[in-house]
Design a protein around this ligand. Structure first.
Ligand SMILES: [Zn+2]
Ligand SMILES: [Zn+2]
Length: 340
């Protein structure tokens, strides 16, 4: 079988390997789709702080069960599955208390261990989740980023009837906004400086969209939500300007979930966090229940993924996917590698 290896930033080579044997408790998957995400793009540019080369990418994945390893239960050959790409120790305090997404020695397939960029991939069955026939393989590969959104929202507890602001309408911001509504939020304001991304959010059912280039953000929140403002905000960009805005516009006593990955150290007004008794809440990856909720949201039609699917590239033209993304920054939401 063929495997794609990034040997250096921006360089992808292919190597021929024997088809893996599924070990005890493992499934052998025939890989169908791989989604390319922001972290992969950082690896492509040599800007990911925790990835060394050579690296086999592929952590947003869908496939079919090809063979069952000894002792696997609950799966059958032909099942459509995706998997959780985390590798965790199981013994540290976070792992012992069920929070393996923040394991002290967390590794992620496609970054610090081998990802699924190959025709077949053997993976522990207990990291795999089935998804129904009604979901495309593209949708299956998008369960991973959707689970990121679901987990981030879970950090706020029950969302029923809440009004939220989501800063950033890129792939993760869009999924956060849609999932919030799917999980019971009453209203969501999505913000972005790209009208294209805002129009996508609208077409996915997010009613309030604000472009801070054209409209004062704080005034827009007051206009839409009144003096009580939003119940919580989620920062999904990872830059100083949006974090500053989120703090400035937050209702006293409310929470801001920090979803965006900050490349540079932001300078923000912690005096306001103190004085207004704000909560800054971190979020990392997901757990099994987030994957299950993500699959249900798509299966129930509460989250639309089709509008976010930007382009496809065949497995032997992996590099062209990155060239496309670099050339279409704003308009590429989710780009897929069609492995089979
Ligand atoms: Zn990703
Ligand atoms: Zn651990």
């Amino acid at each position: 079988m063929r495997q794609a290896v990034m040997t250096a930033p921006g360089v992808i080579a292919y190597r021929e390997l024997p088809k893996p044997e599924p070990g005890s408790g493992e499934l052998l998957l025939k890989i169908m789709r791989i989604g390319v995400c922001g972290s992969d793009i950082h690896v492509n540019h040599g800007l990911h702080p925790y990835t060394k080369y050579p690296v086999v990418q592929g952590h947003e994945v869908s496939g079919r069960v090809e063979r069952l390893g000894p002792g696997t239960r609950g799966f059958a050959v032909g099942d459509r599955v995706t998997f959780m790409p985390q590798v965790y120790c199981g013994t540290c305090l976070p792992c012992r208390t069920g929070r393996y997404n923040i394991c002290d020695s967390l590794k992620v397939m496609g970054f610090q261990t081998t990802g699924a960029a190959s025709e077949y991939f053997a993976v522990a069955a207990d990291k795999c989740l089935k998804f129904p026939e009604s979901l495309s393989f593209e949708a299956g590969a998008m369960i991973e980023p959707l689970a990121v959104a679901v987990h981030a929202l879970g950090r706020l507890g029950d969302l029923s009837g809440t009004r939220l602001v989501v800063y950033g309408a890129g792939p993760i911001g869009n999924l956060v906004a849609q999932s919030a509504l799917g999980l019971g939020a009453a209203e969501v304001i999505a913000t972005d400086t790209s009208d294209y991304r805002l129009s996508l959010a609208s077409s996915c059912g997010v009613r309030h969209v604000v472009n801070p280039k054209n409209e004062d953000m704080d005034a827009a929140i007051l206009k839409l939500y009144g003096p009580d403002r939003a119940d919580a905000a989620l920062e999904c960009v990872g830059v100083e300007a949006t974090m500053t805005q989120a703090i400035l516009s937050a209702r006293k006593g409310s929470a801001i979930v920090v979803v965006g990955v900050f490349g540079a150290l932001p300078k923000v007004d912690l005096g306001l966090v103190q004085d207004r008794e704000l909560s800054l809440v971190g979020t990392l990856m997901y757990r099994r229940e987030d994957y299950e909720r993500a699959i249900a949201l798509v299966a129930e039609g509460k989250v639309k993924l089709d509008p976010l699917m930007s382009a496809h590239f065949p497995f032997d033209r992996y590099k062209e996917a990155y060239d496309f993304i670099d050339a279409n920054r704003e308009r590429s939401m989710k780009v897929f590698i069609d492995v089979s």
